[in-house]
Design a protein around this ligand. Structure first.
Ligand SMILES: [Zn+2]
Length: 454
């Protein structure tokens, strides 16, 4: 039951990213804010939700309750913190303030998990009261937390009543761990059902969060297809940890498609960290996708720790993937790209690219510009300006992709993948980064339709 045009929701990772939304939100379908970001900076995040989701711009929004974090190894939620002691200071390893606050907001089992310092498991949800209370508190949080925060601020208080509800309330969800798999999967159904039974003032969406190997487990897929629609939820967000559409096998991509097709007969289906492959499933039941402003088209359930900011690469629209700038430049000669006009015709003609390349084709390097971040830096890293250009170019292209795909049939989409592969597979510097195109094309066909190889 997808709408004609697939929906693209932008997931806000940090406050610094609000500038990107500011300029593009009107062209997007909505946004998603994680509850831990809301708890880290309640005032600023609530204002931001009011700004983009309130009456003036009125974009649909989701408040991801992030409940899965409390069912993982709790050390993921912790950081080193300095605390004052009698007459001194010491460093402790404790839950981050945002997750500690969120647990307090939810209360009940979440608060207990933090206090006892051990994760939630299906054993904690054995009574129906525990399930019901959890669903109530997580739903109440999503429906009331931003407006109650706004009500405390003199300036925003008059608007606090006018903030619309989230587009849908997300049921509490946990990672369907391969240990105790059946118990976690049953809990997924119970939490979805109990939230739907609350008869809230908003639609209810379930979140199916599991390892990518879930897609290899036909029994599990059949169970979800069989049981989820009967819970009464209106939609479901799929999140298969580490499923990277660009490197996934045809088999898994095809399973994702089959699951989407089957669930979409009854529910709205979204991919929580999806890319162009998921978008291309819009003709086959995918209602929409969410991702970050310049990354996040796949996500590992376990947080990446201690890594520096990754380089934001240039999204090559033809192959629907980010590549290093030098790799794309190397293909210019073969592809006869010698002037900005050639570039606009063959690579991208978005406003960002037009602005950057107006002074010549050599300016393409601006997207990958490196510099020493500080006097102490040993290595050069991408400049903030270059990362910003890459992100805006990506967002504009994602919007263009969403608009263009609306008029395409599955056959058109598959033909596109083939046409692009025919061009880009000849470019050595790009070919390795484009070999998902034949896989995506195969995944959109049945194994026996006679035109698999190309
Ligand atoms: Zn561009």
């Amino acid at each position: 039951m997808p709408d004609e045009q697939p929906q693209v929701f932008i997931r806000l990772g940090t406050h610094a990213e609000k500038d990107y939304l500011q300029k593009t939100i009107r062209l997007l379908d909505g946004f998603m804010v994680a509850a831990n970001l809301l708890e880290a900076t309640p005032g600023a995040t609530s204002s931001l939700i009011l700004k983009f989701g309130g009456k003036k711009i009125a974009k649909p929004y989701f408040l991801d309750p992030m409940t899965y974090a409390y069912g993982m190894n709790l050390s993921y939620l912790k950081s080193e913190q300095t605390v004052k002691t009698n007459g001194g200071k010491k460093t402790i390893f404790a839950p981050k303030r945002s997750y500690a606050q969120l647990a307090l907001q939810f209360g009940g089992l979440f608060e207990e998990a933090i206090q006892r310092d051990s994760r939630l498991t299906p054993v904690d949800f054995q009574s129906s009261t525990a399930v019901e209370k959890t669903c109530q508190s997580v739903a109440r949080y999503q429906l009331t937390r931003p407006s109650s925060e706004l009500a405390m601020d003199e300036e925003s208080a008059p608007f606090s009543d006018s903030l619309p509800n989230p587009y849908a309330v997300m049921a509490p969800y946990f990672f369907v761990d391969n240990d105790y798999f059946d118990d976690w999967l049953n809990l997924f159904i119970s939490l979805s059902e109990a939230t739907a039974n609350l008869e809230l003032d908003a639609p209810v969406h379930a979140v199916l969060c599991a390892d990518v190997s879930f897609l290899d487990n036909q029994t599990a897929i059949d169970f979800v297809v069989d049981r989820l629609p009967g819970t009464g939820v209106d939609g479901v967000w799929l999140w298969f940890s580490t499923l990277d559409e660009h490197s996934a096998s045809v088999k898994r991509l095809r399973k994702l498609r089959h699951l989407t097709e089957a669930l979409s007969e009854h529910l709205y289906v979204y991919n929580m960290h999806g890319g162009y492959y998921s978008l291309s499933l819009c003709r086959l039941g995918m209602t929409g996708i969410a991702h970050g402003v310049g990354y996040g088209e796949h996500k590992d359930i376990a947080p990446v720790q201690g890594q520096s900011t990754p380089t934001v690469r240039y999204y090559l629209p033809a192959v629907h993937k980010r590549l290093g700038v030098p790799d794309i430049e190397r293909a210019f000669l073969n592809l006869n790209i010698t002037s900005p006009e050639d570039f606009f015709e063959k690579i991208c003609d978005c406003t960002i690219c037009k602005g950057v390349l107006k002074d010549g084709i050599q300016k393409f390097g601006s997207f990958g510009e490196l510099d020493y971040a500080s006097a102490k830096s040993k290595r050069r890293s991408q400049t903030a300006a270059a990362a910003k250009l890459c992100r805006f170019h990506f967002l504009i292209n994602r919007i263009k992709e969403r608009n263009a795909i609306t008029t395409k049939s599955v056959l058109d989409i598959r033909a596109d993948f083939k046409a692009k592969w025919d061009v880009w597979s000849k470019e050595q510097s790009v070919a390795n980064n484009a070999d998902h195109l034949p896989r995506w094309r195969k995944a959109l066909s049945e194994p026996d339709d006679g035109e698999i190889e190309f």
